[in-house]
Write a protein that binds this ligand. Sequence first.
Ligand code: GLU
Length: 338
Amino acid sequence: MSRLRVHVLALGGTIATRPDAGGVMQMGAGADDLVAAVPLLKELADIEAETVSRVGSHSLSFDDIHAVAGKIAATAADAVIVTQGTDTLEETGFLLDLLVKRDIPVIVTAAMRNPALTSADGPGNLLAAVRVAGDPWIRRHTRSLGVMAVMLDEVHAVADVIKAHPTRIDAFASPQTGPIAALVEDRVVPLGLPVRDAIEVARQALDKVSGEARPVALLWMGLDEPGGLIEAILAAPDRLGYRGVVVAAMGGGHVPERLAPLAGRLAAALPTVVAARAGGGPLLRHTYGGASSEIALLEAGLIWGGRLHPLKARVLLETCLRAGLDRAAIARVFAAWG
Ligand code: GLU
């Protein structure tokens, strides 16, 4: 390949903050600033730096990420690096993986330690992302790798990565699978290819995603949950504006017993997906009996989210609804996750 061309799309986040007069970090830096802060990048690639927004990722929308996917679809570069806040990277990256249909490396990166701190990690993460983008193993396997997250010298598949700590520099992990590669010195060390059968099923079903936002509620089950939010959704003629629900269920797919009838009514009213509140991981299908068991909830019409983390199940359900999939098609997409 001739000299690597990388398109950097900067959305904001800690990586793009600056201290204000009071010493408090504010969003401010653009893509040019991020690139200029790492002089070595010039030796590795020609960089097109584009500032898309300057917001915290806690304020990004599904529409924002659809717009980013549009920019990736149109780029002439050999690779795209999206910089953003860490707070929602596990969701935005997964949405990009569902939407982007390009055979070029697409990498999401960010920073946990802001630029005013000693050992800020943003510059190193951006440099690592460019090294990953140009690495021959990565480029050979681009289609098999999907969208990647590069944080702290590790490469993760975005379907598996989660933000597992709010402040530590090593906040990102892929608990079910581990990282797919590590960066050592100036090279990429491959560790494994992600299993992408389920995401390919989703990508095919989501061939034409368009339309308006389809808000999905995330209901996290806790000890002795009384179910008031489910009742409120069922009682409201407009379902409080929600078009689907993800229930972050206990264990292998359980809710408190008194919620079982409500969960069934919810599933009849709106596509309702069950995912493991343990942080993803395969759900049971036929081990426990009883009114609130996985067997009963499946019979009541709840859609099984497989090994998806509840946050990723919510992203997938919103995207399925946006694509106009009916309940049966949605269930088929989720069934692929095991
Ligand atoms: N909450 C902000 C964001 O996600 C800052 C967190 C971060 O970037 O680490 O953009």
